[in-house]
Design a protein around this ligand. Structure first.
Ligand code: PLP
Length: 390
């Protein structure tokens, strides 16, 4: 039967690689899964008050379709959160989605047409390129200095053409942990405005940050066409519940998008209502669990980065946020990063993701691992990687 070319080309390296791990397990080898960025699969859980909120919502009969834009109280709380970060919006500027993934799909579907170019930070979280391609667009990667966490402004300028319609930012970034500072964000907004580009900023890791204070795009947005994507999968440990949101800056340049994008929200009816009650509780309730989670992650990051940098042939910049390390393979006797990752899996049972899965241009020659497992498991995985590269 017929299958569309656009869907046949979709890839998601982070999950695709799991098939290879299953084969290794079938042969009887234990696999350390360092591929998936889901804190809940590594022992972290949403707090009880948040779980209770969802259970109570179900018990109280909140089991119907919510409004397409989402629960008003939740949108009010989200607007407050984003305003603390620097935006100046109301609940009317917030649309609840089934995860950032759905929000991204809606935004890209609404703006990209055949041949349009979208700038992405190199390397990037894969669905950004997938959704752009799905709609006939062309993802264009720009360089980022991973050691200094700065975007290469000259490189961005050189890549803007008459076809460029948007720039996507992911800060803190997956897979690199890069966090852009205020001055970089300011420069990015300036360039985008000069060229009339949408600015799409993914801040899903906004509170998972280790060495500096987080600055969101809202702080420097002014009246620029900024669209913030955010969600509850990472900071709030609700990955399996699938909830996120789109926040639109107050900008007349977003008028057409704001009129049209909600049609997509109506077509898909609504996002999960009991989960919206849980998300509301996660914003209103005590926030201590986030501090504990982040301080635990910092210990894991410090261990992993130290160990990786002591290994021959690997170098790893210090990730400033999120929960990923992205070491460079300085001397790869296997040729490609994909083969390196495959051999590491087959011989040592450590599952990572090849860097080129996050963009060929800047991701190649690296691999990504998550530092969500316990210190003991990470230490043992580091021993195996050290053995392998030695
Ligand atoms: C940068 C980034 N955005 C979005 C997502 C997915 O978000 P959600 O679970 O809200 O769909 C991820 C998950 O790894 C991510 O790393």
């Amino acid at each position: 039967m017929k299958i569309s070319k656009k869907v046949a080309g979709v890839e998601y390296a982070i999950r695709d690689i799991v098939l290879a791990a299953r084969k290794v397990e079938e042969k009887g080898m234990k696999v350390d899964y360092l591929n998936i960025g889901d804190p809940v699969q590594f022992g972290f859980q949403p707090p009880d008050n948040v779980k209770e909120a969802m259970i109570n919502a179900i018990r109280n009969g909140e089991n119907f379709y919510s409004s397409s834009e989402g629960l008003k109280e939740l949108r009010i709380e989200i607007a407050k959160k984003e305003n603390v970060k620097g935006l100046s919006i109301s609940h009317d500027d917030v649309l609840i989605t089934n995860g950032v993934s759905e929000g991204l799909d809606m935004v890209i579907s609404s703006i990209v047409e055949e041949g349009d170019e979208v700038l992405l930070p190199g390397p990037y979280y894969p669905p950004y390129a997938s959704y752009v391609r799905l709609h006939g667009g062309i993802p264009v990667e720009f360089a980022v200095d991973l050691d200094n966490s700065t975007p290469d402004i000259e490189d961005i300028k050189s890549k803007i053409t008459s076809k460029t319609i948007a720039i996507c930012l992911i800060s803190p970034n997956n897979p690199t942990g890069v966090v852009f500072n205020e001055s970089s964000l300011k420069k990015l907004v300036e360039i985008a405005n000069q060229h009339n580009l949408y600015i799409i900023c993914d801040e899903i890791y906004d509170q998972i940050i280790f060495d500096q204070k987080f600055v969101g795009i809202g702080k420097v947005a002014g009246d620029s066409p900024v669209i913030v994507l955010n969600g509850f999968s990472k900071v709030h440990l609700m990955s399996g519940w699938r909830i996120g949101y789109i926040a639109f800056n107050q900008s007349s340049k977003l008028d057409a998008l704001r009129e049209n994008l909600p049609k997509l929200a109506r077509v898909r009816i609504a996002s999960n209502l009991p989960v919206q009650h849980a998300a509301l509780e996660s914003l209103r309730g005590p926030q201590g669990y986030i501090t504990e989670f982040v301080s635990e992650l910092k210990k894991r990051r410090d261990l992993v980065v130290k160990r990786l940098n002591e290994m021959p042939g690997l170098s790893c910049p210090n990730p400033k946020g999120a929960f990923y390390a992205f070491p460079k393979i300085e001397d790869n006797k296997f040729g490609t990063d994909k083969e390196f990752v495959q051999k590491l899996l087959e011989t040592k049972g450590v599952l990572t993701v090849h860097g080129s899965g996050f963009g060929e241009k800047y991701g190649s020659g690296h691999f990504r691992l998550v530092y969500l497992p316990s210190l003991e498991i990470l230490d043992s995985a580091m021993n195996k990687i050290e053995d392998f590269v030695s």
